[in-house]
Design a protein around this ligand. Structure first.
Ligand code: F6R
Length: 608
């Protein structure tokens, strides 16, 4: 939800800001802007739409001379996506400019107060109160004004602030929104995430909530909320530049789909030593695991659906009840959670506001929290008691693919690890399942290799206005994610349904205009789902089935079949989802959709 960048150095700032914004565009892309300090004036350029428009308007930055600046790409919350509502926002006296990612929850009362004091508002944004507060509190010292302003704000914010009176300095503040400082030589940076920094530096400082910093060309000074300087560790960014670029693929989404075997291998392999799963990043001891009464998994969107698939593996292997809860519901549900609950929190970005809130609520009630997160140093990773990273590398396409499957991979690792520690699994079964887990990347590669017909299937199905995804058990968990992929990137209405539920009402909708994607990869319920295929066929639906290549019986039932290699049911979701990702991708491509940046969405959902 919005990306922010900043630079202070010796080079022209605008081209660096624009490059950074291009990398952050996946976070929000309805409008964008930059502010560059040039002597004692600030040049602001803002446009509605994509960064490309901003590059055009500024002649790739040439129209905005100056070596210090800040930039923003927006996902509108308060106020429509217009030039006026785009950031940066300027103070009435033109001396200060601010970019903001997050939400100022008390902006209404602050706005009234500032209007009463004579400040003039140009936009409908919550952000504009920040720049007027800074102007109000500024008495020759920007640091003090930033401290006083931050103390007035409630909500989440990562801020970048510049001022004509201190033309070399950029101030940044972090409170519940991501912000990373990039340490260069004779130049320094900040950004919402490392993808905007890696082209310039691999040395990063991760700010904690409440901390703020002064960035100049030669120094970065970090302060605690009271304004005392503090020492911070410089971390090395390990993500490479290529992994944040398209590398010859037409879209990031396709590149990320194809990267899944590598991403899953990178997630699993380092955690297996001498035929044992070793999770030494955590303190999930046998004694602790034996003491818990239940596991609750919480997340949003696809991460929630990964939890739905993971539940089967954990319950099956560990024999412990697993509840999967939407974070946006859990946070307000007065949950029955105590010190005997292990809360597993799934998040690719590690910054999802609802997930953070649900985690904090459950921590308050005594639960131990285990985060499964992709972004190193993210809020969820830092807040959780234990963290297991998914090593997917940067995921740029808004619709998650490798983020989702690497979450599954960690859930499978955890399930097997915990089952062993809890003495719920004999050595032979453990060994066999571990072997299956190790070969998952291979199975996924085979799936990618054997599905060259999917672009043609997309040509057949792309004109429909609506489709159903059905399955039972693990197949139902995949139906949920498959339908979401289809909806979000192709804009085709897609409904996921537990196959056995169709006859309780929904089958009334089935006719020749509703293609049904039937998932049949779970041996224990395969025959049942095949009966459901017969039922929907009898009502005129075209059926596209996904099944193991051994299940040739299905060929005579379905209109089209996508085959995948046979995989142990509890781990099959990670393979079964691959053709559905590809189908959604090629259907969206047929329909000319903006695949990497679907309308109305943003990659990192830092608002409630
Ligand atoms: C869908 C998608 C979203 C995210 C959800 C949670 O393709 O990407 O549904 O899964 O917004 O995001 P994270 O995992 O970053 O917490």
């Amino acid at each position: 939800m919005c990306g922010i960048v900043g630079y202070s150095g010796a080079q022209d700032a605008a081209p660096i800001l624009l490059e950074g914004l291009k990398k952050l565009e996946y976070r929000g892309y309805d409008s964008a802007g930059i502010a560059v300090l040039n002597g004692n004036s600030i040049t602001v350029s803002k446009v509605t739409g994509r960064i490309a428009n901003l590059c055009e308007k500024t002649a790739d930055g040439k129209n905005c001379p100056g070596t210090v600046g800040i930039g923003h790409t927006r996902w509108a919350t308060h106020g429509a996506p217009t030039d006026t509502n785009a950031h940066p926002h300027l103070s009435n006296d033109g001396k200060f400019a601010v970019v903001h990612n997050g939400i100022v929850e008390n902006y209404m009362s602050l706005r009234e107060e500032l209007i009463e004091k004579g400040y003039r508002f140009e936009s409908q944004t919550d952000t504009e109160v920040i720049v007027h507060l800074i102007e109000m509190y500024y008495v020759g010292d920007l640091k003090k004004a930033v401290i006083k302003t931050s103390a007035r704000l409630q909500g989440s914010y990562a801020l970048g602030v510049v001022c004509t009176e201190e033309p070399q300095n950029v101030y940044v503040v972090r409170e519940s929104s991501p912000l990373i400082l990039g340490v260069g030589v004779g130049e320094n940076y900040f950004a919402s995430d490392v993808t905007a920094l890696v082209s310039y530096t691999r040395n990063a400082i991760y700010l904690e909530d409440g901390e703020f910093a002064k960035i100049t060309p030669d120094s970065i000074t970090v302060f605690d909320p009271a304004g005392q300087p503090i020492q911070k560790k410089i971390s090395r960014i390990t993500w490479d530049i290529q992994s944040a670029e398209k590398g010859g693929y037409e879209h990031f989404m396709l590149k990320e789909i194809v990267e899944q075997p590598r991403a899953i291998k990178a997630t699993i392999a380092p955690r297996i030593k001498d035929s044992e799963i070793v999770l030494d990043e955590t303190e999930l001891t046998a004694d602790y695991l034996r003491s818990i009464h239940k596991i609750v998994i919480t997340a949003c969107g696809s991460a929630y659906y990964a939890g739905c698939a993971g539940k089967y593996a954990i319950e099956h292997l560990c024999h412990i009840p697993v509840q999967v809860e939407l974070a946006s519901e859990l946070r307000y549900s007065n949950p029955l959670i105590d010190e005997h609950t292990l809360l597993i929190v799934l998040s690719q970005s590690g910054e999802t506001a609802d997930t953070i809130a649900a985690m904090k609520e459950c921590k308050k009630r005594g639960a131990k929290t285990l985060a499964i997160v992709n972004v190193v140093g993210s809020t969820i990773a830092k807040t959780a008691d234990e963290t297991l990273y998914t090593w997917a590398g940067p995921e740029i396409a808004v619709a998650t693919t490798k983020g989702y499957t690497t979450q599954l991979a960690v859930l499978y690792l955890f399930a097997l690890y915990a089952a062993k520690k809890m003495n719920r699994l004999d050595d032979e079964t453990y060994g066999k399942l571990l072997e299956t887990l190790i070969t998952l990347p291979k199975r996924i590669q085979e799936t990618l290799d054997m599905n060259s017909a999917i672009p043609n299937l997309a040509k057949k199905y792309h004109t429909t206005g609506s489709m159903f995804f059905i399955g039972r058990n693990t197949d139902y968990a995949i139906a949920l994610e498959g339908a979401l992929k289809m909806k979000e990137i192709s804009y085709i209405h897609a409904e996921s349904y537990a196959a056995g539920e169709l006859k309780h009402g929904t089958i009334a909708l089935i006719d020749e205009h509703q293609p049904v994607i039937a998932l049949c990869c779970n041996d224990s319920v395969m025959e049942k789902t095949m009966s459901n295929i017969v039922e929907v066929k009898a009502r005129g639906a075209e059926v596209l089935a996904v099944t193991f290549k051994e299940n040739q019986k299905i060929v005579s039932l379905a209109d089209d079949v996508i085959f995948i290699p046979k995989v142990e049911t509890i781990f099959s979701a990670a393979v079964e989802i691959i053709p559905l990702q590809l189908l959604a991708y090629y259907v969206a491509k047929e329909n000319g959709c903006d695949i990497d940046k679907p309308k109305n969405l943003a990659k990192s959902v830092t608002v409630e």
